[in-house]
Ligand binder design. Structure first.
Ligand code: PEP
Ligand code: MG
Length: 837
C-alpha cells in the first residue's frame, strides 16, 4: 500500500498535505485532485524528510518507486512554501536506463527514445553529479548521442551511468536536498523574504509521457498574455506526429499564423480551457498548467501562478475582484506598490538583450533611448530636430533645466538620490542615473569612456535604464506605460482604505497637471525657485541678483511678480480646491548664475556689464558650503524683498483664483530651512503685513495658513516653540538627513556604494528614511510640535515621502500626509492602502 510509505505521502483528496509541511506545489497538486482535475500519480516528500536527507539519511527509494509500478519513470520537482523562494531545478525521467531505453525504442522509435535518455543523462550529470555541461552538450550532437553521453559520464566519473532506478532516485533526492541547504541558495531566498528555517518539500510524479498512439503530446497553457495581462489563451502544444516521428509544435487558440489545438483537437482544447477556468475560480489565481496527452487522455502535471509583468499583475488582480473571486482588499494586497513604477513609465523590455556600458545609482525609473549629448544646449538643438537625446553631465545645475526638459534621459557622473539631477528627473518623470562615477566624461572631446575602456561619442545611441541604474549600448525594445482602467480601479480601491494623505511635490503648472493625473490629495511642496528656470525669467532673476540698489532690485522683483502670480493662479485653478503648499524661495543665489567662462560672457553681454564686474559679483556670491550658507529663510531675513514679492504674488493669485472659482482659496505658505523661532517671527510679521495690504488694495478678505519646514536638526528640537507660529510642520527629510549625518546630498553618491556594501549604512539614507537617527528627530519634532499645538498638521515632503517604508513610519507616528514626486503618488497611495489593511 503506497499510502503507507514512511515520510512519503501519496497525494489524494484526503491526504494530510499542507503548504507549511509539504510546500506550495504539493498543496496545489492536491487542490487539483480535489477539483477532479486529472493529475498523474504523485507522492509528496515533507520538509522534515528532505531536511533529514540533506543531513545524510537514506530514504527508502525502492519503496518510494514501488508507488509508480514495475517500471517507474518519474520526475522530481521542488515544493517550497513560496515559489518565489526558488529551489533546485526539476529532474525528469528518473528510471531511464539501458533496458528501458531498448523498450522505448520499440514503442516510440529510436529518435524519441534516445532524446529522452540523453536528456536524463545530461540532467543527472549536471544537476546531480555536478559535472561540467560541455561534454554532454557535445554528446547530444553525436551520431549516437546515447552512447556518447554514457561514455562522457563514465570518463568524468570513473564509473558507469547508474542503471538502478532506486539508486538514481537516491542521488537525485540527496542532491536536491543539499542544494537547498547550500549557502548561496539560502542567501538568495532570504533576500526574497524567506525565513532562515524555510523548508523544501519535493514532489515525485509519474512522467505520464505524452507518447501514445492517437492524440498525444505535451504543452503549457494559460489564459492571459504574460506581458499585457489581456485575456488571451497563450502557450504551446507539441503534438506527437501522426506519420513519421517529428513532433509538431502548434498554437493553442486558433491563430492565422499556423496550426492550432483549437482547430485540430477542439475537444482537448475545450477540456483544457475548462480546467483553467476551474483553477481561476477555485485557486483564485491565473494559473499556467503543464500537461501531457496520451491516447487522447489528458494529464495535468503541474499548475503554477502565471509569472507576469507588473501591468499584467494589476489587470489580473482587478479582474479577479471584479468577477467576485477575490475581494478588492485582496486585490490591493496582491500588487506590490513599488511594481507600479513599471506601469507609470516607459520601461526597458525585461526580455530585451542588454549590453551594459555603465552603472550608477538608479535615481529615477523608466527607460529611454537617444543620442548622447554633453551640454544642455546640444540637448535643445537635438530636441529642435526632434531627435531624442540622453544628456550626460558631470552633475547638473539649475542652468541645465532646459536641457533636461529637452532630453529623454539623464546620466550624471556625480550625485546621489537627492542631487539636483535626481530630484528634477523624478519630477519630470525622466529616467536618470546618477553617481556613475566609474565613467569618464570629456566635455571637450564629447566622449564618455566606460570603466572597461569603451569610448562613446556624441551622437551615439544609448539607452538609459533608470529602473536598474544601467546604461545600455544602442536602442532596446520598450514597454509603454499603462494608466488604463484596471490601474485606475485599483487606485480608487486604495483611496477607499488608506488613512494617510498623499500629496505631490509639484513646482510648475505642468507638474500640477501630473499631480492631478495621478490623483494626489493636493500639492505638498511647490519649490517656487523652479519657476524661475524658464529662459525669460532666468534673465530677470539674474538682474535682480545683480541689482546694485534697492530701487533696481525692486524693479526686477516687480517684473517677476506678475510671472509668479500667473503661476500661482494656474496652480490653484488646476488643483481645484485641493490644498496647495507653496514654499518660499530656498536655494543659494549663486545657483542662478553661470559658472563657466562661456556663461559668464553671455551674462555680461545680456546685463551690459564688463566681464570683470560680472566675474567679481559671481565670486562674491560663491560659498564654500552653499547648502549650509545663505539660503532658505536666511535669504528671507537678510533680503526680505524676495519673500515680499513672492507672498504678494501668492495673495494676489489667491484673490484672483477665488474670484474665478467662486470659492475661497486658502493658500499654504511654507518657510524653508528654519532653525530658530525668531526667523519665523520675522518672516511672519512681513507676510501678515503684505496680506493686510493686499486685502486693502483688492477689497477682498482671504485666509492663509503658515507652515514651517523642519529640515535642520535644531528646528526638530525646537519644534515646540516654532509650532507657536505654524499651523503645519513639514519635515524636509532631504536636508534633515544631510544635516543629521553631516553628509552632503550632492556628494554622498561617490562613496554611498562602498558604505552600503560594507554595512555602514543599511541603505542609502537619502533613499530610505533612517528610522533610528533622522526618524527620532521626526518623532521629537512631532511630539514637541503637538505639545504646543494639538492640531498642528504634520507631514514629510522630502524624497522619502514616496518610499513605502517611510510612509509606514509616518503613519505610525500619526502624520497627516506625505508628499512625493507626482510619479511616485500611485506607489504611495497603494503602499498606504497596504498599511491600512
Ligand atoms: C528637503 O530638504 O527635504 C526638501 C523637501 O527641500 P529641498 O529638497 O528642496 O531642499
Ligand atoms: Mg530642503
Amino acid at each position: 500500500n503506497p499510502g503507507d510509505l514512511k515520510d512519503f505521502t501519496l497525494i489524494t483528496p484526503t491526504a494530510d498535505v499542507r503548504t507549511d509541511t509539504h510546500g506550495g506545489r504539493a498543496k496545489c497538486l492536491q487542490r487539483l485532485v480535489r477539483l477532479d482535475i486529472p493529475i498523474p500519480r504523485t507522492v509528496a516528500i515533507s520538509f522534515g524528510a528532505v531536511h533529514k536527507i540533506a543531513e545524510g539519511a537514506r530514504p527508502d527509494t525502492p519503496r518510494l518507486l514501488s508507488a509508480f509500478g514495475r517500471t517507474p519513470l518519474v520526475s522530481v520537482r521542488p515544493s517550497s512554501a513560496d515559489p518565489d523562494w526558488g529551489g533546485p531545478g526539476a529532474v525528469l525521467n528518473i528510471g531511464m536506463n539501458n533496458e528501458r531505453y531498448a523498450e522505448l525504442c520499440k514503442t516510440i522509435g529510436r529518435e524519441a527514445a534516445s532524446a529522452q535518455y540523453v536528456k536524463f543523462i545530461q540532467a543527472y550529470a549536471i544537476e546531480v553529479a555536478r559535472l561540467d555541461p560541455e561534454p554532454f552538450e557535445e554528446a547530444a550532437e553525436d551520431d549516437d548521442p546515447v552512447r556518447a553521453a554514457l561514455a562522457a559520464f563514465e570518463i568524468e566519473m570513473d564509473e558507469p551511468f547508474p542503471q538502478d532506478p532506486a539508486e538514481q532516485m537516491q542521488e537525485v533526492l540527496r542532491s536536491m536536498a543539499r542544494a537547498w541547504e547550500g549557502v548561496s541558495a539560502r542567501l538568495l531566498r532570504q533576500a526574497r523574504g524567506a525565513p532562515v528555517d524555510a523548508g523544501l518539500g519535493l514532489v515525485v510524479q509519474d512522467m505520464a509521457p505524452g507518447l501514445g498512439t492517437g492524440e498525444s503530446g505535451s504543452g503549457v497553457i494559460r489564459m492571459i498574455d504574460k506581458v499585457t495581462g489581456d485575456r488571451q489563451i497563450t502557450g504551446r502544444y507539441k503534438r506527437k506526429g501522426r506519420s513519421g516521428r517529428k513532433r509538431q509544435e502548434m498554437f493553442l487558440a486558433a491563430d492565422p499564423r499556423g496550426a492550432s489545438m483549437e482547430e485540430e483537437a477542439p475537444e482537448l482544447f475545450a477540456q483544457l480551457t475548462r480546467i483553467l477556468d476551474t483553477c481561476r475560480t477555485n485557486l483564485r489565481e491565473e494559473m499556467e498548467i503543464k500537461f501531457t496527452v496520451s491516447h487522447g487522455e489528458l494529464r495535468v502535471l503541474d499548475a503554477v501562478k502565471v509569472v507576469r509583468s507588473a501591468r499584467a499583475d494589476v489587470k489580473v488582480a482587478v479582474a479577479l475582484a471584479e468577477d467576485g473571486i477575490i475581494s478588492p482588499e485582496q486585490a490591493l494586497l496582491r500588487v506590490e506598490p513599488m511594481s507600479l513604477t513599471e506601469l507609470l513609465h516607459t520601461q526597458v523590455d525585461p526580455e530585451a538583450k542588454r549590453d551594459v556600458i555603465l552603472k550608477g545609482i538608479a535615481a529615477s525609473p523608466g527607460g529611454a533611448t537617444g543620442r548622447l549629448v554633453f551640454s544642455s544646449r546640444a540637448a535643445q538643438t537635438s530636441a529642435s530636430h526632434e531627435l531624442p537625446c540622453i544628456l550626460v553631465r558631470r552633475e547638473t545645475t539649475p542652468e541645465d533645466i532646459r536641457g533636461m526638459h529637452a532630453a529623454q534621459g539623464i546620466i550624471t557622473e556625480r550625485g546621489g538620490m537627492t542631487s539636483h539631477a535626481a530630484v528634477i528627473a523624478r519630477g519630470l518623470g525622466l529616467p536618470c542615473i546618477v553617481g556613475a562615477s566609474r565613467m569618464r566624461i570629456s566635455r571637450r572631446e564629447k566622449t564618455v569612456t566606460t570603466a572597461d575602456g569603451r569610448v562613446f561619442h556624441e551622437g551615439d545611441i544609448v539607452t538609459v535604464d533608470g529602473t536598474t541604474g544601467e546604461a545600455l549600448a544602442g536602442a532596446v525594445p520598450m514597454l509603454e506605460p499603462a494608466l488604463d482602467r484596471p490601474f485606475r480601479t485599483l487606485m480608487r480601491w486604495a483611496d477607499e482604505v488608506r488613512d494617510i494623505g498623499i500629496r505631490a511635490n509639484a513646482d510648475t503648472p505642468d507638474d500640477a497637471r501630473m499631480a492631478e493625473t495621478f490623483e494626489a490629495d493636493g500639492i505638498g511642496l511647490c519649490r517656487t525657485e523652479h519657476m524661475f528656470f524658464e529662459p525669460a525669467r532666468l534673465t530677470v532673476m539674474r538682474e535682480m541678483i545683480f541689482a546694485d540698489s534697492e530701487v533696481d532690485r525692486q524693479a526686477a522683483l516687480d517684473r517677476l511678480l506678475p510671472m509668479q502670480r500667473e503661476d500661482f493662479v494656474e496652480l490653484f485653478r488646476i488643483m481645484a480646491g485641493q490644498p496647495v503648499c507653496i514654499r518660499l524661495f530656498d536655494p543659494p543665489l549663486h545657483e542662478f548664475l553661470p559658472s563657466d567662462r562661456e556663461g559668464l560672457m553671455a551674462l555680461a553681454e545680456s546685463l551690459d556689464l564688463p566681464l570683470s564686474d560680472v566675474t567679481r559679483r559671481v565670486d562674491a556670491l560663491s560659498e564654500f558650503n552653499p547648502m549650509l550658507g545663505m539660503r532658505g529663510v536666511r535669504l528671507g531675513v537678510t533680503m526680505p524683498e524676495i519673500y515680499d514679492m513672492q507672498v504678494r504674488a501668492i495673495f494676489e493669485a489667491t484673490v484672483e483664483a477665488s474670484r474665478q472659482a467662486g470659492a475661497a482659496v486658502v493658500p499654504e505658505v511654507m518657510i524653508p530651512l528654519v532653525s530658530a523661532k525668531r526667523e519665523v517671527e520675522l518672516v511672519k510679521a512681513r507676510i501678515d503685513s503684505v496680506a493686510a495690504s493686499v486685502r486693502v488694495e483688492t477689497g477682498q478678505g482671504f485666509d492663509y495658513r503658515l507652515g514651517v519646514m523642519v529640515e535642520t536638526p535644531r528646528a526638530a528640537l525646537r519644534a515646540g516653540e516654532i509650532a507657536g507660529y505654524a499651523a503645519f510642520l513639514s519635515f524636509g527629510t532631504n536636508d534633515l538627513t544631510q544635516m543629521t549625518y553631516g553628509l552632503s546630498r550632492d556628494d554622498a553618491g561617490r562613496f554611498m556604494g562602498t558604505y552600503v556594501s560594507n554595512g555602514v549604512f543599511h541603505e542609502d539614507p537619502f533613499h530610505s528614511l533612517d528610522r533610528d537617527g533622522v526618524g527620532e528627530l521626526l518623532l521629537i519634532g512631532a511630539e514637541r510640535g503637538r505639545e504646543t499645538r494639538r492640531d498642528v498638521v504634520l507631514s514629510v515632503c522630502g524624497e522619502h515621502g514616496g518610499d513605502p517604508d517611510t510612509i509606514g513610519f509616518c503613519r505610525d507616528a500619526g502624520f497627516d500626509y506625505v508628499s512625493c514626486s507626482p510619479f511616485r503618488v500611485p506607489v504611495a497611495r497603494l503602499a498606504a492602502a497596504h498599511l491600512a489593511l
